[in-house]
Design a protein around this ligand. Structure first.
Ligand code: FAD
Length: 642
């Protein structure tokens, strides 16, 4: 049997190795148009940023070692250009331009995807890049060091765009991001993306949202990015990260069917519409297990899984089927981890699928054990059956394991009740006895069975409050640090004494910091006969973060990156001198694990108890703390040193 495999990275190299393990005697030829095979394309941003310091570490195998170990004829710098299905041959062009033919018994296409590069004015100027392979990486890395790049504009705020933002920032480059949508990271819902935006802004990244690029201009040594709004951004380099297209050029020469999503159509055995031609990876489309609609999924895990299946099917016959991918993805964005799986609320809405959503805020591990970090989980599910549709998680540690657990449930057509049934490991440094995933399930259960009617931040924002009462159930102190406009503060523990102030004929909205006290207040009110009581899902934390993102969108033109973006010190030279000579008391406060406004309250309490001129040093994990601390110091006349 003679197998030809096109594409030598994720799908192609994996399939080639598995084919050899399955068939020791077959002839296997791996055709790759680039110079390298089996390299870590997911690691490329980290090599550019210097986190991966040695270029060699990117190469899992070389053509020679791979060829030797698996007895595979590896041909790099060879491009497959045409398939002749009638004669089972493929035309291949060498780097010297010579074209030759090879016959095949089984042909596998794993040509990946190509970066989108729209025909904009000036797009071919020097200094404008896309990132897909080692060659692109070398160009970018050399350009940065040769030209001593100080500023970069990233067009597109998807997972790779944001990974690059972090890495360029770490390399000492001032980064701006231009994104056509009104949020970063399109697989996330708006309120979840708002946390990512907060993180980017705090790190000093400038965000241009709802802005599209109209072209590029070269002015002397510098580039100018022109926006349709008329604004321009001066920069030294541009990275285009506006998405990829399934690579179907070769497939089309064989009249292979291209599906409705624009990828190569394959059946459940990963065979294309043409016998003996198979396809895997970024180039294919496949029905989504939840929507059953074909979709493109540009991720490494499915490419590797498909490669294993297809190798089995090519060698042993059509015995193994592929189940499809739901799109489980994760990215590190500065200090934050962002992950999602399945369908977000906005996609469900677009597809007219009836759904319900729930937002829960937890700590990554037991709050009393040092270092607990905030974590937010949003899940979407069927309001009747509880079938899970999707989940998004944002936090600093343990985000991956939560999303991975949920993705297994979604792929197995599970429900929110399965979230409760998960039997997770627990000890204080790792989790809580009620894990954040279980909490997400319990809350969703309460929503479905009617014990906790909720309203989303967006529906509340649009709601007519003329015939409603809004109750903030947090303490007076928390309320004083910021509340939703029009809210009456009735702390949870005083609620029973204030029932006569709460009208029975109106809609009552309750909220607290994250949702729990709102729920308890709701139970009291419902237990006392109130009929129409809704808790704002995710509490003030979700609402205020989403509203801050909306406000940023409205005012982004006048927004300047805060000087105190955690990387910089606020010290003037006089301060710096006094800092060096300061010998007074420094009160150290640990506010890790506390949600906003907890750290500010702790800071206030300490400042109230110390003597004028003494200092405090506070460590917090809440993403909004730097902003809150700065604002609080400004309004109270305290000095924020750094
Ligand atoms: P590829 O791995 O891209 O391989 C396709 C190969 O085919 C290419 O080398 C190409 O040169 C070759 N080829 C194409 N046409 C021909 C032809 N006609 N003849 C010969 N050779 C041809 N996914 C994740 O899940 N997590 C991540 O963190 C992540 N990070 C990423 C970061 C970057 C910078 C990039 C670019 C991608 C990242 N991905 C990530 C996506 C992941 O790398 C892809 O989903 C995966 O590599 C797809 O595998 P593939 O085999 O389909 O395509």
């Amino acid at each position: 049997m003679k197998y030809i495999i096109i594409g030598g990275v994720a799908g192609g190299a994996t399939a080639a190795a598995r084919t050899r393990r399955n068939d020791e005697n077959g002839e296997i030829i791996l055709i790759e148009k680039g110079e390298y095979i089996s390299y870590a394309n997911c690691g490329l941003p980290y090599y550019i940023g210097g986190v991966i310091d040695n270029r060699e570490k990117l190469f899992v195998q070389t053509p020679a070692t791979f060829g030797k170990r698996f007895n595979i004829d590896v041909r790099v710098k060879n491009e497959a250009i045409r398939i002749d299905t009638a004669h089972h041959t493929i035309a291949i062009r060498q780097s010297d331009g010579v074209v030759y033919n090879e016959t095949y018994d089984k042909l596998l296409l794993s040509p990946g995807a190509s970066p989108v590069k729209p025909p904009l004015e000036g797009i071919d100027n020097e200094g404008i890049f896309t990132l897909r392979n080692v060659k692109d990486t070398d160009h970018i890395k050399n350009f940065i060091s040769n030209k001593k790049i100080k500023r970069a504009v990233i067009v597109g705020a998807g997972f790779i765009g944001l990974e690059m933002a972090e890495n360029l920032h770490n390399a000492g480059i001032e980064v701006s991001i231009v994104e056509m949508a009104n949020q970063v990271m399109s697989p996330l819902d708006y309120s979840m993306a708002a946390y990512v935006q907060q993180e980017l802004l705090q790190k000093g990244v400038k965000l241009y949202l709802e802005k599209s690029v109209s072209g590029f201009r070269k002015i002397d040594e510098q580039l100018q990015v022109m926006l349709k709004s008329g604004e321009t951004i001066d920069t030294d380099m541009v990275l285009l990260s506006i998405g990829v297209r399934a690579e179907t050029t070769l497939a089309k020469t064989a009249d292979v069917k291209i599906g409705e999503a624009g990828g190569i159509w394959v059946d459940e055995y990963l065979q294309t519409s043409v016998q003996d031609i198979y396809a895997v990876g970024d180039a294919i489309e496949f029905p989504h297990p939840v929507t059953h609609k074909p979709w493109l999924n540009f991720l490494a895990n499915p490419a590797n899984r498909q490669a294993r299946i297809v190798a089995d099917n090519m060698v042993f016959g059509h015995n193994t089927t592929y189940e499809g991918a739901i799109g489980t993805a994760i990215a590190k964005v500065f200090d934050m981890t962002v992950a999602s799986t399945g369908l977000a609320a906005k996609r469900l809405k677009q597809m007219d699928i009836n759904y319900c959503s729930s937002v829960t805020h937890s700590a990554s591990h037991a709050g009393y054990y040092p270092g607990a970090m905030p974590m937010t989980i949003k899940i979407t599910f069927d309001p009747q059956s509880g079938r899970l549709f999707g989940a998004q998680c944002i936090g600093h540690e343990g985000v991956d394991k939560r999303i991975d657990q949920i993705s297994v449930i979604i792929k197995n057509e599970g429900t929110i009740y399965d979230l409760m049934k998960l039997e997770q490991t627990y000890a204080p440094p790792f989790s809580s006895a009620k894990d954040p995933v279980a909490i997400a399930g319990y809350v969703a259960g309460n929503i479905i069975n009617g014990t906790m009617p909720v309203i989303t931040w967006r529906d509340f924002y649009k709601a007519d409050l003329s015939d409603a009462m809004l109750i903030d159930t947090r303490t007076q102190e928390e309320y004083s640090f910021g509340a939703i406009g029009g809210a009456v503060n009735i702390p949870l523990d005083e609620l029973r004494e204030h029932l006569d102030e709460i009208p029975r004929d109106k809609t009552i909205y309750v909220y607290c910091a994250v949702g729990l006290r709102g729920y308890l207040a709701q139970r009291i009110l419902m237990g006392r006969g109130y009929k129409n009581v809704s808790n704002i899902s995710g509490g003030y934390k979700t609402y205020s973060t989403a509203i801050a993102a909306l406000k940023y969108l409205e005012n982004q033109n006048s927004f300047s990156v805060p000087e105190n973006n955690l990387q910089k010190s606020l010290l003037t030279s006089d301060d710096a001198q006094s800092e060096l000579t300061y010998t007074g008391t420094i009160h150290k406060i640990d506010a890790c694990g506390l949600q906003c406004p907890g750290p500010v309250m702790k800071m206030k309490k300490t400042i109230d108890s110390i003597t004028e001129g003494e200092r405090i040093q506070i460590t917090a994990t809440d993403a909004g703390f730097a902003r809150d601390a700065e604002a609080w110091c400004r309004t109270t006349g305290n000095k924020l040193i750094s």
